[in-house]
Design a protein around this ligand. Sequence first.
Ligand code: CDP
Length: 212
Amino acid sequence: MIIAIDGPAASGKGTLATRVAAHFGLHHLDTGLLYRAVARDVLRRGKSLEDAIAAADAARALDPATLADPALRGPGAGEAASIVAGIAQVRAALREFQRSFARQPPGAVLDGRDIGTVVCPEADIKIYVTATPQVRARRRYLEMEGRGEPATYEDVLADIRRRDERDAGRDASPMRPAADAFLLDTSNLDIEAAFDTAVGVILRKAGQRGPV
Ligand code: CDP
């Protein structure tokens, strides 16, 4: 059982993926962390984020044990991640790790931008989570405020718009819903309602192909 959950920044896909994985007893990989960690490692090596060779080297050398680093959660890391994420060699270097993760029994939930389209086009269930940029910015702003991180709503909105544009506009695996993805617009849904909808979609699909 492979469940692909894609969507733009702060759409709620991470929270949804964590809850869906726990509910069905599946492994979970937040693939954004891989790109965030590659950007961190490129900068640590004193290289530029646009340096394709340095970024691909960092992606090949990435140690999954370093993904728990709390520094990866910040907005600066997200912005840096979207720069290295545009480099095709970086994406290729991370692909096999993601695919092997997805194949672990009893199954896995992967969240990102290109899971349903490129990493796991064979996924049993694909959900594309969206919300308006304003709603996403508000959520991210409140999250940051809760963690005591200084931010303004306007800056968060600008960051989200910039990343949406970069992620959807790049040549290498651009962010877009797979043709067979269920579109889940959470602009007017809280996490409980989004979770209930996702579970319903999964059970319906799983019912067509056997138990989860
Ligand atoms: O949590 P948030 O949605 O803000 O970001 P994230 O999922 O951690 O992703 C950070 C950046 O990594 C994104 O803006 C993308 O550029 C990139 N990314 C990607 O290209 N492909 C993925 N499967 C996951 C993330």
